[in-house]
Design a protein around this ligand. Structure first.
Ligand SMILES: NC(=O)c1ccc[n+]([C@@H]2O[C@H](COP(=O)([O-])OP(=O)(O)OC[C@H]3O[C@@H](n4cnc5c(N)ncnc54)[C@H](O)[C@@H]3O)[C@@H](O)[C@H]2O)c1
Length: 524
Protein backbone atom coordinates (compact mmCIF):
# COMPACT_ATOMS: atom_id res chain seq x y z
CA UNK A 1 0.00 0.00 0.00
CA UNK A 2 1.15 3.52 -0.76
CA UNK A 3 1.34 6.13 1.96
CA UNK A 4 1.42 9.92 2.01
CA UNK A 5 4.39 11.34 0.25
CA UNK A 6 5.15 8.49 -2.11
CA UNK A 7 6.27 9.60 -5.54
CA UNK A 8 3.27 10.13 -7.73
CA UNK A 9 4.51 10.75 -11.25
CA UNK A 10 5.90 8.61 -14.05
CA UNK A 11 6.05 4.88 -13.56
CA UNK A 12 5.27 3.51 -10.14
CA UNK A 13 7.97 4.07 -7.55
CA UNK A 14 7.48 2.97 -3.99
CA UNK A 15 9.17 5.44 -1.69
CA UNK A 16 8.14 4.67 1.88
CA UNK A 17 7.77 7.81 3.98
CA UNK A 18 9.89 8.20 7.07
CA UNK A 19 8.11 8.63 10.41
CA UNK A 20 9.42 12.19 10.53
CA UNK A 21 7.95 13.07 7.12
CA UNK A 22 4.74 11.30 7.92
CA UNK A 23 4.38 13.53 11.01
CA UNK A 24 4.94 16.64 8.88
CA UNK A 25 2.25 15.53 6.44
CA UNK A 26 -0.16 14.74 9.25
CA UNK A 27 0.49 18.17 10.77
CA UNK A 28 -0.07 19.92 7.44
CA UNK A 29 -3.33 18.06 6.88
CA UNK A 30 -4.66 18.61 10.36
CA UNK A 31 -3.88 22.34 9.99
CA UNK A 32 -5.77 22.31 6.68
CA UNK A 33 -8.71 20.53 8.33
CA UNK A 34 -8.75 23.08 11.17
CA UNK A 35 -8.79 25.95 8.63
CA UNK A 36 -11.61 24.23 6.78
CA UNK A 37 -13.80 24.07 9.87
CA UNK A 38 -13.66 27.86 10.47
CA UNK A 39 -16.35 30.22 9.21
CA UNK A 40 -17.51 33.80 9.51
CA UNK A 41 -21.25 33.99 9.94
CA UNK A 42 -24.13 36.35 10.59
CA UNK A 43 -27.16 34.06 10.90
CA UNK A 44 -29.70 34.45 8.06
CA UNK A 45 -27.41 36.96 6.29
CA UNK A 46 -24.19 35.20 5.43
CA UNK A 47 -21.97 32.25 6.11
CA UNK A 48 -18.59 32.39 4.38
CA UNK A 49 -15.11 31.01 5.01
CA UNK A 50 -13.49 34.26 6.15
CA UNK A 51 -14.37 37.92 5.97
CA UNK A 52 -10.64 38.65 5.98
CA UNK A 53 -10.73 37.72 2.29
CA UNK A 54 -13.24 40.45 1.41
CA UNK A 55 -10.63 43.03 0.40
CA UNK A 56 -8.88 40.56 -1.91
CA UNK A 57 -12.26 39.67 -3.41
CA UNK A 58 -13.16 43.32 -3.96
CA UNK A 59 -9.87 44.00 -5.76
CA UNK A 60 -10.48 41.02 -8.06
CA UNK A 61 -14.03 42.26 -8.64
CA UNK A 62 -12.66 45.66 -9.65
CA UNK A 63 -10.49 43.93 -12.26
CA UNK A 64 -13.33 41.69 -13.42
CA UNK A 65 -15.66 44.63 -14.00
CA UNK A 66 -13.29 46.02 -16.63
CA UNK A 67 -13.54 42.70 -18.46
CA UNK A 68 -17.34 42.51 -18.20
CA UNK A 69 -18.63 45.22 -20.54
CA UNK A 70 -22.06 43.62 -20.97
CA UNK A 71 -22.79 43.67 -17.26
CA UNK A 72 -21.40 47.17 -16.86
CA UNK A 73 -23.64 48.39 -19.69
CA UNK A 74 -26.66 46.90 -17.90
CA UNK A 75 -25.70 48.81 -14.77
CA UNK A 76 -25.34 52.01 -16.81
CA UNK A 77 -28.63 51.54 -18.66
CA UNK A 78 -30.74 50.33 -15.75
CA UNK A 79 -28.90 51.53 -12.64
CA UNK A 80 -31.15 54.60 -12.33
CA UNK A 81 -34.52 53.27 -13.49
CA UNK A 82 -34.02 50.10 -11.40
CA UNK A 83 -36.39 47.79 -13.29
CA UNK A 84 -35.82 44.98 -10.78
CA UNK A 85 -37.24 46.80 -7.75
CA UNK A 86 -39.50 44.34 -5.94
CA UNK A 87 -37.67 41.32 -7.36
CA UNK A 88 -36.40 39.03 -4.59
CA UNK A 89 -33.96 36.80 -6.42
CA UNK A 90 -32.48 33.54 -5.18
CA UNK A 91 -29.37 32.49 -7.07
CA UNK A 92 -27.81 29.04 -7.11
CA UNK A 93 -24.75 29.49 -9.27
CA UNK A 94 -20.99 29.03 -8.69
CA UNK A 95 -20.04 31.78 -6.19
CA UNK A 96 -17.05 33.09 -8.14
CA UNK A 97 -15.74 36.60 -8.78
CA UNK A 98 -17.68 36.71 -12.06
CA UNK A 99 -20.88 35.68 -10.30
CA UNK A 100 -20.25 38.41 -7.75
CA UNK A 101 -20.30 40.88 -10.66
CA UNK A 102 -23.66 39.41 -11.76
CA UNK A 103 -25.06 39.69 -8.22
CA UNK A 104 -23.97 43.33 -7.99
CA UNK A 105 -25.57 44.05 -11.37
CA UNK A 106 -28.91 42.56 -10.24
CA UNK A 107 -28.60 44.53 -7.01
CA UNK A 108 -27.76 47.76 -8.88
CA UNK A 109 -30.91 47.23 -10.94
CA UNK A 110 -32.98 47.20 -7.75
CA UNK A 111 -33.28 43.50 -6.86
CA UNK A 112 -32.78 42.01 -3.40
CA UNK A 113 -30.65 38.89 -3.65
CA UNK A 114 -29.84 35.72 -1.67
CA UNK A 115 -27.16 33.42 -3.08
CA UNK A 116 -25.56 29.98 -2.78
CA UNK A 117 -23.18 28.05 -5.00
CA UNK A 118 -24.36 25.24 -7.28
CA UNK A 119 -21.32 23.07 -6.62
CA UNK A 120 -19.58 22.06 -3.40
CA UNK A 121 -16.11 23.01 -4.68
CA UNK A 122 -16.70 26.02 -6.93
CA UNK A 123 -16.89 28.94 -4.49
CA UNK A 124 -14.08 31.47 -4.48
CA UNK A 125 -14.09 32.34 -0.80
CA UNK A 126 -12.84 35.86 -1.50
CA UNK A 127 -15.79 36.49 -3.83
CA UNK A 128 -18.29 35.30 -1.21
CA UNK A 129 -16.63 37.49 1.43
CA UNK A 130 -16.65 40.58 -0.83
CA UNK A 131 -20.39 40.15 -1.45
CA UNK A 132 -21.11 39.61 2.24
CA UNK A 133 -19.15 42.73 3.14
CA UNK A 134 -20.83 44.89 0.50
CA UNK A 135 -24.24 43.53 1.58
CA UNK A 136 -25.26 43.35 -2.07
CA UNK A 137 -26.65 39.89 -1.35
CA UNK A 138 -27.10 37.44 1.47
CA UNK A 139 -24.59 34.68 0.74
CA UNK A 140 -24.11 31.12 1.95
CA UNK A 141 -21.17 29.51 0.17
CA UNK A 142 -17.65 28.28 0.75
CA UNK A 143 -15.16 26.11 -1.09
CA UNK A 144 -15.35 22.50 0.06
CA UNK A 145 -18.90 22.15 1.35
CA UNK A 146 -20.15 18.73 2.42
CA UNK A 147 -23.36 17.62 0.71
CA UNK A 148 -25.25 18.36 3.90
CA UNK A 149 -23.78 21.86 3.98
CA UNK A 150 -24.46 22.35 0.28
CA UNK A 151 -28.18 21.68 0.65
CA UNK A 152 -28.27 23.71 3.87
CA UNK A 153 -26.85 26.66 1.88
CA UNK A 154 -29.40 26.10 -0.92
CA UNK A 155 -32.21 26.16 1.63
CA UNK A 156 -30.80 29.35 3.20
CA UNK A 157 -30.73 31.06 -0.18
CA UNK A 158 -34.33 29.99 -0.84
CA UNK A 159 -35.61 31.13 2.57
CA UNK A 160 -36.73 34.76 2.74
CA UNK A 161 -37.80 36.86 5.71
CA UNK A 162 -40.47 39.53 6.19
CA UNK A 163 -39.92 42.92 7.81
CA UNK A 164 -40.51 41.42 11.26
CA UNK A 165 -37.59 39.08 10.58
CA UNK A 166 -39.84 36.02 10.36
CA UNK A 167 -39.39 33.31 7.76
CA UNK A 168 -41.98 34.08 5.09
CA UNK A 169 -42.10 32.30 1.71
CA UNK A 170 -44.62 34.83 0.42
CA UNK A 171 -41.78 37.38 0.46
CA UNK A 172 -39.52 35.37 -1.79
CA UNK A 173 -37.96 34.18 -3.84
CA UNK A 174 -40.08 35.58 -6.62
CA UNK A 175 -37.37 34.82 -9.19
CA UNK A 176 -34.58 32.25 -9.41
CA UNK A 177 -31.22 32.24 -11.19
CA UNK A 178 -30.25 28.59 -11.45
CA UNK A 179 -27.27 26.65 -12.77
CA UNK A 180 -27.95 22.94 -13.09
CA UNK A 181 -31.43 23.22 -11.61
CA UNK A 182 -30.85 22.38 -7.94
CA UNK A 183 -32.82 25.36 -6.56
CA UNK A 184 -35.64 24.63 -9.00
CA UNK A 185 -35.55 20.97 -8.02
CA UNK A 186 -35.83 21.71 -4.30
CA UNK A 187 -38.89 23.93 -4.85
CA UNK A 188 -40.57 21.35 -7.11
CA UNK A 189 -39.78 18.32 -4.92
CA UNK A 190 -40.86 20.28 -1.86
CA UNK A 191 -44.18 21.25 -3.47
CA UNK A 192 -44.84 17.59 -4.44
CA UNK A 193 -44.19 16.39 -0.90
CA UNK A 194 -46.40 19.09 0.60
CA UNK A 195 -49.29 17.77 -1.49
CA UNK A 196 -48.62 14.19 -0.31
CA UNK A 197 -48.26 15.39 3.27
CA UNK A 198 -51.57 17.22 3.06
CA UNK A 199 -53.29 14.17 1.54
CA UNK A 200 -52.08 11.45 3.90
CA UNK A 201 -49.43 12.87 6.23
CA UNK A 202 -46.56 11.14 4.39
CA UNK A 203 -43.10 12.66 4.61
CA UNK A 204 -39.91 12.00 2.64
CA UNK A 205 -37.60 9.48 4.29
CA UNK A 206 -33.91 9.95 3.39
CA UNK A 207 -33.18 6.29 4.13
CA UNK A 208 -35.40 5.21 1.22
CA UNK A 209 -33.15 6.76 -1.46
CA UNK A 210 -29.61 5.72 -2.45
CA UNK A 211 -28.49 8.94 -4.10
CA UNK A 212 -26.58 10.94 -1.46
CA UNK A 213 -27.83 14.25 -2.92
CA UNK A 214 -31.47 13.11 -2.81
CA UNK A 215 -30.97 12.02 0.80
CA UNK A 216 -30.13 15.65 1.61
CA UNK A 217 -33.03 16.98 -0.47
CA UNK A 218 -35.38 14.69 1.46
CA UNK A 219 -33.83 15.73 4.77
CA UNK A 220 -34.40 19.42 4.03
CA UNK A 221 -37.97 18.89 2.80
CA UNK A 222 -38.82 16.80 5.85
CA UNK A 223 -37.40 19.45 8.16
CA UNK A 224 -39.23 22.31 6.41
CA UNK A 225 -42.55 20.39 6.22
CA UNK A 226 -42.62 20.30 9.99
CA UNK A 227 -42.11 24.07 10.16
CA UNK A 228 -44.39 25.15 7.34
CA UNK A 229 -46.33 22.66 5.18
CA UNK A 230 -46.92 25.38 2.54
CA UNK A 231 -43.42 26.78 2.10
CA UNK A 232 -42.56 25.36 -1.31
CA UNK A 233 -46.02 25.75 -2.80
CA UNK A 234 -46.09 29.40 -1.73
CA UNK A 235 -42.73 29.96 -3.39
CA UNK A 236 -43.83 28.13 -6.56
CA UNK A 237 -47.05 30.17 -6.78
CA UNK A 238 -45.26 33.51 -6.32
CA UNK A 239 -42.25 32.70 -8.49
CA UNK A 240 -42.36 34.75 -11.67
CA UNK A 241 -39.76 32.50 -13.27
CA UNK A 242 -36.31 30.95 -13.37
CA UNK A 243 -33.46 31.66 -15.76
CA UNK A 244 -31.28 28.57 -16.21
CA UNK A 245 -27.61 28.76 -17.02
CA UNK A 246 -26.47 25.37 -18.27
CA UNK A 247 -27.17 22.52 -20.71
CA UNK A 248 -27.91 19.99 -17.98
CA UNK A 249 -30.29 22.30 -16.09
CA UNK A 250 -32.09 23.21 -19.31
CA UNK A 251 -32.47 19.50 -20.08
CA UNK A 252 -34.15 19.03 -16.68
CA UNK A 253 -36.50 21.97 -17.38
CA UNK A 254 -37.64 20.67 -20.78
CA UNK A 255 -38.34 17.25 -19.22
CA UNK A 256 -40.44 18.89 -16.48
CA UNK A 257 -42.32 21.01 -19.02
CA UNK A 258 -43.03 17.94 -21.23
CA UNK A 259 -44.45 16.13 -18.21
CA UNK A 260 -46.52 19.19 -17.21
CA UNK A 261 -44.55 19.38 -13.97
CA UNK A 262 -43.04 22.84 -14.39
CA UNK A 263 -44.59 25.19 -11.83
CA UNK A 264 -43.35 28.54 -13.21
CA UNK A 265 -41.93 29.96 -16.45
CA UNK A 266 -38.31 29.31 -17.37
CA UNK A 267 -35.86 31.07 -19.62
CA UNK A 268 -33.21 28.87 -21.18
CA UNK A 269 -30.15 31.11 -21.04
CA UNK A 270 -27.84 28.30 -22.16
CA UNK A 271 -29.19 28.28 -25.69
CA UNK A 272 -28.63 31.94 -26.33
CA UNK A 273 -25.92 31.80 -28.97
CA UNK A 274 -23.87 34.26 -26.93
CA UNK A 275 -23.95 31.77 -24.04
CA UNK A 276 -23.43 28.18 -25.24
CA UNK A 277 -21.32 29.05 -28.31
CA UNK A 278 -19.04 31.20 -26.14
CA UNK A 279 -19.04 30.14 -22.48
CA UNK A 280 -19.32 26.38 -23.12
CA UNK A 281 -16.83 26.53 -25.97
CA UNK A 282 -14.27 29.28 -25.35
CA UNK A 283 -14.79 29.26 -21.58
CA UNK A 284 -13.96 25.57 -21.33
CA UNK A 285 -11.13 25.99 -23.83
CA UNK A 286 -9.58 28.34 -21.26
CA UNK A 287 -10.57 26.78 -17.96
CA UNK A 288 -9.94 23.09 -18.75
CA UNK A 289 -6.16 23.49 -19.13
CA UNK A 290 -6.20 25.97 -16.23
CA UNK A 291 -7.75 23.30 -13.98
CA UNK A 292 -5.44 20.56 -15.25
CA UNK A 293 -2.34 22.65 -14.69
CA UNK A 294 -3.28 24.01 -11.29
CA UNK A 295 -4.22 20.53 -10.12
CA UNK A 296 -1.36 18.49 -11.51
CA UNK A 297 1.13 20.77 -13.30
CA UNK A 298 1.49 17.91 -15.75
CA UNK A 299 3.08 18.55 -19.16
CA UNK A 300 0.18 18.35 -21.59
CA UNK A 301 2.25 18.44 -24.79
CA UNK A 302 2.92 14.98 -26.12
CA UNK A 303 0.36 13.28 -23.90
CA UNK A 304 -2.60 11.40 -25.30
CA UNK A 305 -5.87 13.07 -24.30
CA UNK A 306 -9.37 11.67 -24.77
CA UNK A 307 -12.32 14.08 -24.60
CA UNK A 308 -15.59 12.19 -24.17
CA UNK A 309 -18.42 14.18 -25.77
CA UNK A 310 -17.82 16.61 -28.63
CA UNK A 311 -20.67 19.08 -28.07
CA UNK A 312 -20.01 22.73 -27.24
CA UNK A 313 -17.96 21.96 -24.12
CA UNK A 314 -16.15 19.01 -25.73
CA UNK A 315 -15.20 21.13 -28.75
CA UNK A 316 -13.58 23.72 -26.47
CA UNK A 317 -11.81 21.04 -24.45
CA UNK A 318 -10.50 19.22 -27.51
CA UNK A 319 -9.30 22.48 -29.08
CA UNK A 320 -7.41 23.31 -25.87
CA UNK A 321 -5.75 19.91 -25.79
CA UNK A 322 -4.78 20.17 -29.49
CA UNK A 323 -3.33 23.65 -28.94
CA UNK A 324 -1.43 22.47 -25.89
CA UNK A 325 0.22 19.80 -28.04
CA UNK A 326 -1.64 16.76 -26.75
CA UNK A 327 -2.34 13.88 -29.12
CA UNK A 328 -6.07 14.42 -28.90
CA UNK A 329 -8.98 12.14 -29.71
CA UNK A 330 -12.65 12.29 -28.86
CA UNK A 331 -15.51 9.87 -28.40
CA UNK A 332 -19.09 10.58 -29.48
CA UNK A 333 -22.46 8.91 -29.94
CA UNK A 334 -23.76 11.54 -32.36
CA UNK A 335 -22.56 11.03 -35.96
CA UNK A 336 -22.78 14.78 -36.72
CA UNK A 337 -20.47 15.71 -33.85
CA UNK A 338 -18.18 12.78 -34.72
CA UNK A 339 -17.94 14.01 -38.30
CA UNK A 340 -17.19 17.54 -37.10
CA UNK A 341 -14.28 16.14 -35.10
CA UNK A 342 -12.95 14.25 -38.11
CA UNK A 343 -13.09 17.46 -40.18
CA UNK A 344 -10.99 19.16 -37.49
CA UNK A 345 -8.40 16.40 -37.84
CA UNK A 346 -9.31 14.83 -34.51
CA UNK A 347 -9.63 11.02 -34.31
CA UNK A 348 -12.92 9.59 -33.16
CA UNK A 349 -12.40 6.53 -31.00
CA UNK A 350 -14.16 4.46 -28.40
CA UNK A 351 -13.04 4.57 -24.79
CA UNK A 352 -11.87 0.96 -24.98
CA UNK A 353 -9.54 1.81 -27.92
CA UNK A 354 -7.40 4.14 -25.81
CA UNK A 355 -8.25 3.23 -22.22
CA UNK A 356 -4.85 1.63 -21.68
CA UNK A 357 -2.80 4.26 -23.53
CA UNK A 358 -4.32 7.68 -22.87
CA UNK A 359 -2.84 9.94 -20.19
CA UNK A 360 -5.71 12.39 -19.73
CA UNK A 361 -9.44 11.57 -19.81
CA UNK A 362 -11.99 14.41 -19.82
CA UNK A 363 -15.73 13.75 -19.68
CA UNK A 364 -17.91 16.46 -21.24
CA UNK A 365 -21.15 14.69 -22.12
CA UNK A 366 -23.74 15.83 -19.55
CA UNK A 367 -24.60 12.12 -19.53
CA UNK A 368 -23.98 9.52 -16.82
CA UNK A 369 -21.80 6.43 -16.49
CA UNK A 370 -19.17 7.54 -19.02
CA UNK A 371 -15.99 6.24 -17.32
CA UNK A 372 -16.60 3.27 -15.04
CA UNK A 373 -14.33 1.81 -12.39
CA UNK A 374 -13.49 -1.17 -14.60
CA UNK A 375 -12.22 1.28 -17.21
CA UNK A 376 -10.06 3.02 -14.60
CA UNK A 377 -8.69 -0.37 -13.53
CA UNK A 378 -7.27 -0.74 -17.06
CA UNK A 379 -5.67 2.71 -17.25
CA UNK A 380 -2.00 3.62 -17.21
CA UNK A 381 -0.41 4.50 -13.92
CA UNK A 382 -1.28 8.08 -12.98
CA UNK A 383 -3.69 8.63 -15.82
CA UNK A 384 -5.62 11.81 -15.04
CA UNK A 385 -9.39 11.36 -15.02
CA UNK A 386 -11.59 14.41 -14.81
CA UNK A 387 -15.02 15.73 -15.62
CA UNK A 388 -16.08 19.13 -16.92
CA UNK A 389 -19.80 18.29 -17.34
CA UNK A 390 -22.22 19.66 -14.77
CA UNK A 391 -22.83 16.74 -12.41
CA UNK A 392 -20.58 14.18 -10.76
CA UNK A 393 -22.07 11.06 -12.35
CA UNK A 394 -20.00 10.96 -15.56
CA UNK A 395 -17.16 9.26 -13.67
CA UNK A 396 -18.07 6.22 -11.56
CA UNK A 397 -16.91 7.60 -8.20
CA UNK A 398 -19.14 5.19 -6.33
CA UNK A 399 -17.53 2.22 -8.10
CA UNK A 400 -14.09 3.62 -7.33
CA UNK A 401 -14.85 4.10 -3.65
CA UNK A 402 -16.16 0.56 -3.34
CA UNK A 403 -13.49 -1.21 -5.39
CA UNK A 404 -12.03 -4.00 -3.21
CA UNK A 405 -8.62 -3.06 -1.85
CA UNK A 406 -8.49 0.43 -3.39
CA UNK A 407 -6.69 3.19 -1.48
CA UNK A 408 -7.34 6.92 -1.75
CA UNK A 409 -4.42 9.27 -1.28
CA UNK A 410 -5.22 12.95 -0.94
CA UNK A 411 -2.54 14.89 -2.82
CA UNK A 412 -4.19 18.23 -2.00
CA UNK A 413 -7.79 19.47 -1.88
CA UNK A 414 -9.62 18.37 -5.06
CA UNK A 415 -6.76 16.14 -6.21
CA UNK A 416 -6.74 12.48 -5.19
CA UNK A 417 -4.75 9.49 -6.31
CA UNK A 418 -6.74 6.27 -6.18
CA UNK A 419 -4.44 3.28 -6.01
CA UNK A 420 -5.66 -0.10 -7.21
CA UNK A 421 -4.46 -3.27 -5.46
CA UNK A 422 -2.01 -3.95 -8.33
CA UNK A 423 -0.22 -0.70 -7.39
CA UNK A 424 -1.24 1.49 -10.33
CA UNK A 425 -3.14 4.66 -9.58
CA UNK A 426 -5.44 7.13 -11.33
CA UNK A 427 -5.54 10.81 -10.46
CA UNK A 428 -9.08 12.07 -10.00
CA UNK A 429 -9.76 15.78 -10.05
CA UNK A 430 -12.45 17.48 -7.95
CA UNK A 431 -13.87 14.11 -6.88
CA UNK A 432 -15.44 13.74 -10.33
CA UNK A 433 -17.20 17.12 -10.18
CA UNK A 434 -16.57 19.88 -12.68
CA UNK A 435 -12.83 20.29 -12.50
CA UNK A 436 -12.53 23.74 -14.04
CA UNK A 437 -14.41 25.20 -11.06
CA UNK A 438 -13.11 22.70 -8.49
CA UNK A 439 -9.42 22.92 -9.41
CA UNK A 440 -9.38 26.40 -10.96
CA UNK A 441 -11.73 29.40 -10.86
CA UNK A 442 -14.01 28.62 -13.80
CA UNK A 443 -14.23 30.70 -16.94
CA UNK A 444 -12.64 34.12 -17.23
CA UNK A 445 -14.63 37.33 -16.81
CA UNK A 446 -15.00 38.35 -20.44
CA UNK A 447 -16.82 35.20 -21.54
CA UNK A 448 -18.89 35.16 -18.34
CA UNK A 449 -19.95 38.71 -19.16
CA UNK A 450 -21.72 37.29 -22.23
CA UNK A 451 -23.43 34.55 -20.20
CA UNK A 452 -24.40 36.86 -17.36
CA UNK A 453 -25.67 39.66 -19.59
CA UNK A 454 -28.09 37.03 -20.91
CA UNK A 455 -28.97 36.12 -17.31
CA UNK A 456 -29.59 39.79 -16.47
CA UNK A 457 -31.77 40.35 -19.52
CA UNK A 458 -33.69 37.14 -18.79
CA UNK A 459 -34.39 38.22 -15.21
CA UNK A 460 -35.43 41.68 -16.42
CA UNK A 461 -37.77 40.22 -19.02
CA UNK A 462 -39.36 37.79 -16.54
CA UNK A 463 -39.89 40.54 -14.00
CA UNK A 464 -41.18 43.21 -16.39
CA UNK A 465 -43.61 40.76 -17.97
CA UNK A 466 -44.97 39.32 -14.73
CA UNK A 467 -48.72 39.17 -14.78
CA UNK A 468 -48.93 40.00 -18.50
CA UNK A 469 -49.42 36.41 -19.67
CA UNK A 470 -46.32 36.63 -21.89
CA UNK A 471 -44.72 33.67 -20.15
CA UNK A 472 -46.56 30.41 -19.30
CA UNK A 473 -45.17 27.46 -17.37
CA UNK A 474 -42.92 26.59 -20.31
CA UNK A 475 -39.30 27.01 -21.36
CA UNK A 476 -38.37 30.04 -23.50
CA UNK A 477 -35.21 31.35 -25.10
CA UNK A 478 -34.38 35.04 -25.37
CA UNK A 479 -35.17 36.68 -28.72
CA UNK A 480 -32.37 36.86 -31.28
CA UNK A 481 -32.36 40.67 -31.10
CA UNK A 482 -31.20 40.43 -27.49
CA UNK A 483 -28.65 37.74 -28.36
CA UNK A 484 -27.18 40.02 -31.02
CA UNK A 485 -27.26 42.92 -28.56
CA UNK A 486 -25.25 40.91 -26.02
CA UNK A 487 -22.60 40.27 -28.67
CA UNK A 488 -22.65 43.91 -29.76
CA UNK A 489 -21.99 45.07 -26.19
CA UNK A 490 -18.75 43.08 -26.16
CA UNK A 491 -17.30 44.16 -29.50
CA UNK A 492 -15.88 47.56 -28.60
CA UNK A 493 -13.79 45.97 -25.84
CA UNK A 494 -12.03 43.98 -28.56
CA UNK A 495 -11.70 46.94 -30.97
CA UNK A 496 -14.03 45.27 -33.44
CA UNK A 497 -15.76 47.46 -36.03
CA UNK A 498 -18.98 46.13 -37.50
CA UNK A 499 -19.84 46.74 -41.12
CA UNK A 500 -23.20 48.43 -41.65
CA UNK A 501 -25.64 46.96 -44.17
CA UNK A 502 -27.06 49.26 -46.82
CA UNK A 503 -30.85 49.08 -47.12
CA UNK A 504 -30.44 47.55 -50.61
CA UNK A 505 -28.18 44.85 -49.19
CA UNK A 506 -30.55 44.25 -46.29
CA UNK A 507 -33.47 43.85 -48.72
CA UNK A 508 -31.41 41.54 -50.92
CA UNK A 509 -30.78 39.07 -48.07
CA UNK A 510 -34.22 39.71 -46.50
CA UNK A 511 -33.12 41.09 -43.15
CA UNK A 512 -33.60 44.37 -41.33
CA UNK A 513 -30.69 46.82 -41.45
CA UNK A 514 -30.56 46.65 -37.64
CA UNK A 515 -30.96 42.88 -37.42
CA UNK A 516 -31.68 40.18 -36.57
CA UNK A 517 -29.25 39.09 -39.22
CA UNK A 518 -30.05 35.38 -39.24
CA UNK A 519 -33.21 33.26 -39.29
CA UNK A 520 -33.92 31.36 -36.06
CA UNK A 521 -32.81 28.03 -37.62
CA UNK A 522 -29.28 29.34 -38.26
CA UNK A 523 -26.74 27.36 -36.23
CA UNK A 524 -23.61 29.55 -36.10
N1 LIG B 1 -17.74 23.11 -16.61
C1 LIG B 1 -18.29 24.14 -17.20
O1 LIG B 1 -17.83 25.26 -17.04
C2 LIG B 1 -19.45 23.93 -18.11
C3 LIG B 1 -19.86 24.97 -18.96
C4 LIG B 1 -20.94 24.74 -19.79
C5 LIG B 1 -21.61 23.54 -19.75
N2 LIG B 1 -21.21 22.56 -18.87
C6 LIG B 1 -21.85 21.24 -18.79
O2 LIG B 1 -21.12 20.38 -19.67
C7 LIG B 1 -21.96 19.34 -20.15
C8 LIG B 1 -21.92 19.32 -21.68
O3 LIG B 1 -22.49 20.52 -22.17
P1 LIG B 1 -22.58 20.85 -23.72
O4 LIG B 1 -23.17 22.20 -23.80
O5 LIG B 1 -21.30 20.55 -24.39
O6 LIG B 1 -23.67 19.77 -24.17
P2 LIG B 1 -23.86 19.18 -25.64
O7 LIG B 1 -25.16 18.51 -25.65
O8 LIG B 1 -23.54 20.26 -26.65
O9 LIG B 1 -22.68 18.10 -25.77
C9 LIG B 1 -22.66 16.86 -25.12
C10 LIG B 1 -22.19 15.84 -26.14
O10 LIG B 1 -21.97 14.59 -25.49
C11 LIG B 1 -22.36 13.57 -26.39
N3 LIG B 1 -22.61 12.34 -25.63
C12 LIG B 1 -23.70 11.97 -24.91
N4 LIG B 1 -23.52 10.76 -24.37
C13 LIG B 1 -22.29 10.35 -24.75
C14 LIG B 1 -21.54 9.17 -24.51
N5 LIG B 1 -22.02 8.16 -23.79
N6 LIG B 1 -20.30 9.08 -25.05
C15 LIG B 1 -19.81 10.09 -25.81
N7 LIG B 1 -20.47 11.21 -26.08
C16 LIG B 1 -21.70 11.35 -25.55
C17 LIG B 1 -23.60 14.12 -27.07
O11 LIG B 1 -23.87 13.49 -28.31
C18 LIG B 1 -23.23 15.59 -27.25
O12 LIG B 1 -22.66 15.85 -28.52
C19 LIG B 1 -23.33 19.63 -19.56
O13 LIG B 1 -23.46 18.91 -18.35
C20 LIG B 1 -23.27 21.11 -19.26
O14 LIG B 1 -24.22 21.48 -18.29
C21 LIG B 1 -20.14 22.73 -18.07
Amino acid sequence: MLKFGQLLTGNIHFYPVSDHLSKIYRKAYSKMAAEESKFDEVPLVYKVRSMDLADMGRKQLDLAEVEMPGLMECRKLYGESKPLVGANITGSLHMTIQTAALIETLSAMGAKVRWCSCNIFSTQDEAAAAIAEAETSAVFAWKGESLEEYWWCTNQALTWYNEQGEEDPSVGPNMIVDDGGDATLLVHEGAEWEKKFEADGSMPDPSTVDDPEMKQVYRIIRQELQKNPNKWRTIAENCVGVSEETTTGVHRLYTMAENNKLLFPAINVNDSVTKSKFDNLYGCKHSLPDGLMRATDVMIAGKQALVLGYGDVGKGCAAAMVHAGARTCISEVDPICALQACMEGISVVRLEDVVATADIFITATGNKGIIMVDDMAKMKNNAIVCNIGHFDNEIDMNGLENYPGIERIRIKPQVDRWVFPDGHGVIILAEGRLMNLGCATGHPSFVMSCSFTNQTLAQKSLWENRGTGKYDCAVYTLPKELDEEVARLHLAHLDARLTTLSSEQADYISVNVNGPYKPSAYRY
